[in-house]
Unconditional design. Structure first.
Length: 277
């Protein structure tokens, strides 16, 4: 295995739009996305030079040591970004308002990613009981900056009874994003609540080499450009009416997650090609 695989210029965000995948360790990607003979310890190096962002899922199950985050930072190219899911034990706290120490511990370690640190995702699974006042107090715990860097927070609330116009107003008031989830299994709404957009696309198909057919990827490229330009697509589900006037330009993060996971790297790379065409 030569280093030629790692010296090519990595994909750059197009008009602030990034496309990526969830994680980088997945056995079916070997000899599929990853070239034959690539050793596992170099998979992050390779992946980060073929997509422009990766959502770290492992942090959902437990925080890593700061040295591990620093290692990941150093293995990825300049301009690359990680998103990271916060540890689920935080969102499962009986009293969210008292989770401050856990929030500080997680963020205090992950800021070692430095300029590779992108949005932090706070996922509340279906079945998690959420009380409005407690949830509001929790949002107050999430810092706007750490380690000298501004932080971006994304909320993924999967309780359909909690996701309504009042929830959107609360999140918008804190300048945080909500996840647009393209899946019938979770609440799916494309209302924009922050100065960036975070989308998780979960419909890749095993029988399509690029995960999504070409026409669907082209349509996602169109939507991504609309988001980036401060507009909002009119063909996605919403909770509240779309604003009449465009907002300022936005950063956009699009991840191909779950479903036919073996196809997700190809989907992300094809979307990046479409955006750059």
């Amino acid at each position: 295995m030569t280093d030629d695989l790692f010296t090519a210029a990595p994909p750059k965000p197009v008009d602030g739009i990034r496309a990526g995948i969830g994680g980088w360790t997945f056995a079916p990607w070997r000899n599929n996305f990853y070239p034959t003979g690539l050793v596992q310890r170099r998979e992050l190096e390779y992946a980060s030079r073929h997509v422009s962002a990766i959502e770290i899922n492992g942090t959902y199950y437990g925080t890593q040591k700061p040295a591990t985050y620093a290692k990941w930072r150093d293995e990825t190219p300049e301009g690359f970004l990680f998103s990271a899911k916060a540890p689920k034990r935080i969102m499962a706290s009986r009293v969210l308002a008292k989770a401050g120490a856990q929030v500080e511990d997680f963020i205090g370690g992950i800021v070692e990613l430095g300029d590779r640190l992108g949005p932090l995702v706070w996922q509340f699974d279906r079945g998690t009981k959420i009380e409005t006042d407690d949830f509001t107090a929790f949002l107050e715990l999430l810092p706007k900056q750490a380690g000298g860097r501004a932080l971006r927070h994304v909320l993924d609330v999967r309780d359909p009874e909690f996701v309504d116009a009042r929830y959107l107003a609360l999140v918008r008031g804190h300048g945080m994003a909500t996840v647009f989830t393209d899946s019938p299994e979770h609440p799916s709404f494309a209302d924009v609540t922050a100065d960036f957009v975070y989308a998780r696309l979960m419909r890749s198909r095993a029988d399509v080499e690029t995960g999504y057919p070409g026409d669907e990827l082209r349509q996602w490229a169109v939507r991504a450009r609309q988001w980036a330009a401060g507009k909002e697509p009119d063909d996605l589900p919403r909770i509240s009416p779309a604003p009449r006037k465009p907002a300022a330009k936005r950063d956009v993060f699009i991840y191909f997650i779950s479903a036919a996971k073996e196809r997700n790297p190809a989907a992300a790379m094809t979307l990046l090609q479409e955006l750059g065409a």
